[in-house]
Design a protein around this ligand. Structure first.
Ligand code: GTR
Length: 415
């Protein structure tokens, strides 16, 4: 009797909890048309996306199935090897010697709100030395070890100015400090210049010496791998700083930096949260969709991926992996993917779908699956256990809104 009376209310309650079709973000039709006119060689309309079948992340190369988290972890290195060989290239190992010098320490930075440390990270291999800087601000009003957001900066160093003479929304240090977190940055260009002629003139030369200018192995890491290697050395320092909670370090990269942050997060499981902002092709976006930037298009940057990746130009459907498997390599740690409404080149939907299709792997740890229909609406952050996503208004950029949403998400995954 009571149930009968309640039924209509239960139905209303149930349907209000279900995602309403049409609520999900979709590319603006006018923008799609504009892109089709401006860049007719690429795909912009969902109806043009080819049919594709993604490789099953739970299928081993010998065809057998992975059934448990332990089986995933023991097979994980095979998948990493595949990505190393065919796509991102191998990272160098450790240098003969690594040490840190705190060059500047200012306890009254940001009007007394923060402590600034400028750290030089030195590495020596044979008789060669390389050093690069890590900038770190820690909030003064927080007691005890603090979680840190580390940006792999792919733009000019001005964006992460330690002196705060230039303030940029790309790295809104004051806002992050005000929320009680540390914020840090390395300059990708210090590790490998973002240039096809000179990319070896950083840590690649440190490790390879004169061989760096000769013919390198087809699976040798180039700039993306070098940037990721630098993020791991920054992590080495953060682990040594007692005021940092190294179990809560989020690694952030935007665009080409986001491709590198995902790869670094796959290679180095000390990052408890990996954030990709608009990383697009070769980052979070599924290659098989061929939406916006394709593999051939991203490979025009010949100094980013390993040489072998060039052999996959135009062969997206044959790749033995896709980017949902890169996201899966971060499991069971936290991963957050962000897109921008007008950044169709980076394929927002394809970025969300990588998260969706990493679900079989996250489910091994008991996390719920994410369904394609759960693609959220504009600026409605989506969270599902250790995985999160948002698509914000505007163009290709990393903004204070993105940072605030990263922090909101981090607060749900960091106990
Ligand atoms: C573009 C490139 C993208 C992205 C972007 C960036 O030219 O096609 O893959 O990496 O640069 O880094 O801003």
């Amino acid at each position: 009797m009571y149930f009968k009376l309640l039924l209509p209310f239960l139905i209303v309650l149930y349907s209000s909890c279900q995602p309403v079709p049409g609520d999900s973000w979709e590319a603006d039709a006018e923008l799609v048309q504009q892109m089709e006119e401006e860049r007719p060689d690429y795909l912009w309309s969902e109806s043009d996306v080819p049919e594709y079948t993604l490789p099953d992340p739970l299928q081993k190369m010998d065809g057998t199935a992975i059934r448990t988290a332990d089986e995933w972890l023991s097979n994980r290195n095979n998948l990493l090897e595949l990505f190393r060989t065919e796509m991102y290239g191998r990272m160098p190992g450790l240098a003969d010697m690594t040490w840190f010098t705190v060059v500047t320490e200012d306890e009254a930075a940001m009007d007394g709100e923060a402590t600034l440390r400028r750290i030089t990270i030195h590495n020596v291999v044979d008789d060669r030395e390389h050093s690069f800087e890590l900038t770190l601000f820690l909030p003064n009003r927080v007691e005890g070890p603090t979680p840190v957001f580390l940006l792999m900066n792919n733009r000019s160093a001005e964006n992460t100015d330690p002196d705060r003479e230039t303030r940029s929304g790309f790295w809104p240090a004051e806002e992050v400090i005000a929320r009680g977190y540390g914020i840090a940055a390395i300059q990708n260009g210090d590790l490998a210049p973002d240039d096809e002629e000179t990319y070896t003139e950083g840590i690649i030369r440190l490790f390879e010496g004169d061989r760096a200018s000769g013919v390198r192995a087809t699976d040798a890491g180039k700039a993306l791998a070098a940037w990721g290697w630098g993020a791991s050395r920054a992590m080495d320092y953060l682990e040594s700083d007692e005021e940092v909670d190294a179990s809560k370090v989020a690694l952030i990269g935007h665009s080409r930096g986001g491709k590198a942050s995902l790869w670094a997060g796959a290679e180095d499981s000390r990052f408890s949260l990996v954030i990709s902002n608009e990383s697009g092709s070769g980052g979070a976006a599924l290659s098989r969709r061929q939406y916006g930037e394709t593999i051939r298009a991203v490979n025009r940057f010949t100094h980013w991926f390993a040489e072998n990746f060039q052999t996959w130009n135009g062969r997206e459907q044959e790749l033995p992996f896709d980017q949902h498997m890169l996201v899966s390599l971060i499991a069971p740690r936290a991963v957050y993917i962000a897109s921008a409404d007008e950044d169709l080149w980076a394929d927002p939907k394809g970025e969300f779908l990588s998260l969706v299709h990493s679900s079989p792997v996250y489910r091994l740890w008991g996390h719920s699956a994410i369904r394609p229909e759960e693609m959220p609406a504009l600026e409605e952050p989506f969270r599902s256990g250790p995985r999160g996503y948002h698509v914000r208004r505007g163009t290709h950029n990393l903004t204070p809104l993105d940072w605030n949403l990263f922090i909101d998400f981090a607060e749900t995954v960091w106990p």
